[in-house]
Design a protein around this ligand. Structure first.
Ligand code: TNX
Length: 498
């Protein structure tokens, strides 16, 4: 075990140490694929106590680390097909070697190099802080993730969080090697993304939220900047427009989406399941075509999420027509559909990703059947990874409909056992979710995310036989120092000795 979250697959400790008080990053052969990576690595490592890291940029010929008296230790970043655990084909695989020569990170692709840097960052943290010059024990790490999809979903509709907040969330997610940021962009309370062919949506339906705040929305320029920040950290953004329920923000703008032709009132409460579209109205399909096509154009990623959850007032046949249409619109715009678990009750096209969430006791045969017919499954069991659930009964933030979710609940679960009968090879990954009905500020958001998000990250990355709660408790306690230094709020759960 090394003090790294998520725990790597293969670790060989050595004897001896390498000083890291001055690090010089050499990013080799990344000019075309990830020219920013050397600078990013240097800035991540320079944030650590007692470490000064610079990127030796061959283009500028400049190197500041050499200016001090100590000889800098080299951190080499280099692409190598052979990196990672033997036999691993994961595009995220990497190796990290710390020995007399310095530190060498190799990876099949640039994403793995950033993972290696995140591992190194935690190894440096674990050997400090102290008065001694920073150093890292010799070690060889070969690592690769268990699942290709390790996500966090953030609800921007109930409480709006803007670009800076979301950048901070991405940084934390990437620190624990998560690679998907799913944005729940629309719901009854707000439309939080500019839709160029329907500008009224964000204009008229983003001015409030459930916390009594002013709301807001992401302009396309914001969304562009957000995706750039995410891409530099190898995080894919999956945007969601939730239909055919959770749609009051749209019916508030367009009366012709309502059978009586009358636009609905704005809503800033926290009930769910009361709003819906109507398939046979003439305005419905053009509306869906516009907003999904706009979103598909705006996103760089492969996936667009169509929602589909909690449509409590609709016959199954009409619901199935919505799912079929939205899947088709997304595929026609060149993207792949993702939907909440209820969509699996309708016939799906093979390859659609279905996100399991509802842990109320129920017959899940329809979900298992969909997986057997070609759907890929993401696991977001609410009683484990809904990070808007309260930690304890008296906790001041969040909700408790799925139960209380302490750190250990988020940690101690096995994805293959969540849905009985689900073929394990259909599991694409795991995703935490934070709904924001009762999460009014960024501090509140991080208090709900941390430490539980790091627990979910280990579930998604680490092989089951490498996981262990006692080890995790000790490792996560060390991260408190990192969060405090960065000014990031977290919950000092009684389950951890901070
Ligand atoms: C269920 S999970 C919802 C959301 C709520 C959340 C609150 C899901 C697909 N739907 O609309 O915000 O519970 O925890």
């Amino acid at each position: 075990m090394v003090s790294v979250i998520p725990q790597p697959l293969h670790v060989e400790p050595g004897t001896g140490h390498v000083p890291v008080a001055t690090l010089e990053v050499h990013a080799l052969g990344l000019e075309r694929t990830a020219p920013w990576l050397g600078d990013l690595a240097a800035s991540l490592l320079s944030g650590l106590d007692g470490v000064a890291a610079t990127h030796d940029d061959p283009a500028s010929g400049a190197s500041a680390a050499g200016s001090g008296s100590a000889t800098p230790t080299a951190l080499v970043l280099r692409i190598d097909e052979l990196a990672g655990p033997e036999g691993s084909t994961s595009p995220e695989r990497y190796s990290l070697v710390v020995d007399e020569a310095g530190v060498t990170a190799t990876a099949a692709e640039p994403a793995g190099l950033l993972h290696a840097v995140q591992t190194l960052r935690q190894l440096v943290e674990a050997s400090g802080p102290g008065d001694e010059p920073a150093r890292v024990p010799h070690v060889v790490v070969h690592d690769a993730p268990r699942y290709p999809w390790r996500g966090l979903s953030v609800d921007l509709a109930r409480t709006f969080f803007g670009l800076d907040a979301l950048r901070a969330v991405i940084d934390v997610a990437a620190a624990y090697k998560l690679n998907v940021l799913h944005l729940h962009l629309t719901d009854d309370q707000g439309w939080r993304i500019e839709s160029p062919s329907r500008p009224e949506l964000a204009k008229l339906s983003s001015g409030s939220d459930t916390s009594g705040g002013e709301g807001g929305h992401l302009s396309l320029a914001d969304f562009r900047a957000l995706q750039d920040h995410a891409a530099e950290r190898f995080v894919r953004v999956v945007p969601e427009i939730d239909v055919p329920g959770h749609i009051n923000a749209a019916t508030h703008v367009y009366g012709d989406l309502m059978p009586d032709g009358v636009a609905t009132d704005a809503y800033s409460g926290i009930e769910v399941g009361f709003s819906r579209l109507t398939f046979d109205l003439p305005a419905t399909e053009p509306f869906l075509r516009d907003v999904f096509t706009d979103l598909a154009h705006a996103t760089d990623g492969e996936h667009v999420h169509l929602g589909g959850d909690e449509v409590l007032k609709m016959e199954p046949a009409e619901y199935a027509r919505f799912v079929e249409l939205c899947e088709r619109l997304i595929l026609e715009s060149g993207k792949k559909p993702v939907a909440w678990q209820e969509a699996a009750k309708a016939p799906l096209r093979p390859g659609t990703i279905v996100q399991y969430w509802d842990t109320h006791p129920m017959d899940l045969t329809y979900l298992v059947d969909a997986a057997k017919a070609g759907a890929r499954i993401i696991l977001s069991p609410a009683n484990r990874v809904y990070l808007d659930m309260k930690y304890t009964a008296d906790f001041g933030l969040g909700q408790d409909w799925a139960g209380l979710v302490e750190v250990r609940d988020s940690y101690d679960w096995e994805p293959e056992q969540v849905v009985p009968g689900l073929p394990v090879e259909t599991i694409e990954g795991v995703e935490a979710a934070v709904w924001t009905e009762r999460i009014p500020t960024l501090d509140a958001l991080f208090t709900m995310l941390l430490p539980r998000l790091s627990a979910v990250a280990e579930v998604g990355w680490t092989a089951p036989d490498r996981k262990d709660w006692d080890g995790f408790r000790r490792r996560v306690a060390r991260e408190a120092h990192v969060w405090r230094r960065a000014g990031i709020a977290f919950h000092e759960s009684a389950q951890v000795d901070w």
